[in-house]
Design a protein around this ligand. Sequence first.
Ligand SMILES: Cc1ncc(COP(=O)(O)O)c(C=O)c1O
Length: 480
Amino acid sequence: MLQLPKRGWSKEVIERGLQENRSGDMPVHGGRVWAYVYPAGEEIEAIQKRAYLEFLSENALDPTVFPSLRKMENDVVAIALSHMNAPEGAAGNFTSGGTESCMLAVKTARDYARKVRGIAEPQIVVPVTAHAAFHKAAQYFDVELITVPVDEITFKVRPEAVEAVLTDRTALIVVSAPSYAHGVVDPVTEVAALAKARGILCHVDGCIGAWLLPFFEKLGAPVPAFDFRVDGVTSLSMDLHKYGFCPKGASVILYRSKDLRKFQVFSCAAWTGYSVVNPTMLSTKTGGPVAAAWATLHALGEEGYLEKAAMMREATQKLIAGIAEIPSLSVLGTPEMTLVAFSSTEVSPFFVIDAMKKRNWYIQPQFDGHGSRANIHLTITPQSLANVEPFLADLRAAVEEVRGRTFGPLVATLGAALDGVDPTTFGDEMLGQMLAMGGLSPDALPEEMADVNAILNSLPPALTEKLLATFVNDLFTPTA
Ligand SMILES: Cc1ncc(COP(=O)(O)O)c(C=O)c1O
């Protein structure tokens, strides 16, 4: 196993090593990766890096020792609350990302339900389109999760379907603005009204889009009501490290009132060390992300964000029109922002993804289920605009190239062998064998992933989850 070098490496050797380490990465800049990255542009990125490094070593654990970090957090949260039309008395915190913000909303709702409403075993109600972060929160915090189907044309949850599953144990209802998978906004007004009438909390997951939607509205896009102007919305999560174009590690969790936010705060004076009071999950944390977010918001300003929003809106409209012109392709639902899922009636999206990879584009697979066909997901950024034409040309060629292609024999064999098998009976060894059969080794993924995706797509989700967990458990193996 790798050991600490006896003698420290020189700056040059470290630099070389860092560059070698990233040799297999997809490029962040240039717009070839249609997921995960939201570059802010050269000038803004220089400002961000400077701000991040300036506060790299400060510790946000104790806001009385580093008041700068508390000030920047309060500034960022205030800007976010104003952007979401929050009322006087609203409050929030800066978090490490969307998952943390969503998890905190669930933890707050659980504790509010227990302490204020006397619900010993709270439930949360989430549409099947809500982000996996809510499933994670339910697991981590041992809260029962009730899923609600969505309309199979619009991919929005129906208020009647939500109403049908409410019980006297419902602590929280979640809606998305917009959802990641199909980029559509749930009927927030109707669902929040249902919640309010029953004393249930209502969380809007605006992690991916709440920051951008108001700019889209200013540009004339029809944006349904989703923020704190909607009666009954009690909390809202919004990532700054996505369409806020801040460096990663930047999200906010916002509450209608400080009284509600109180249920989020953890405080401990029952050990032998310093008193621990954490408003969010982490304790010790760098000041880099909050400083960089503070710098980005001020550097871009409303005009900067509007300019980016206009570029993305144009790119999205052109892409949607271009996809519709490619034989057999169609967009799922009606995207309301910059997230587009499309599928084909004739070819598997998994083959198209591989054919696009050969052309140096990374596009993301989404599996079928809940009325959604297996599809390809695009996250559009300002970089996308200059890439629309070459991307569409390659997409057209990729669809033609894979027409008539069929999956390898393993897909059918495994599909038949596993049909109806109880996933709980699969031990680690069997899961390992299955991964090996699919060519999934932690050292390198196969060049072509279509067969693997087809297998994962065809398995019961519980088995897919087990397989992926086994794979990731192997992926993080200490360096030899
Ligand atoms: C709607 C939504 N919620 C939550 C998250 C989780 O955010 P993160 O990846 O920052 O933890 C995402 C991520 O894409 C998202 O799209």
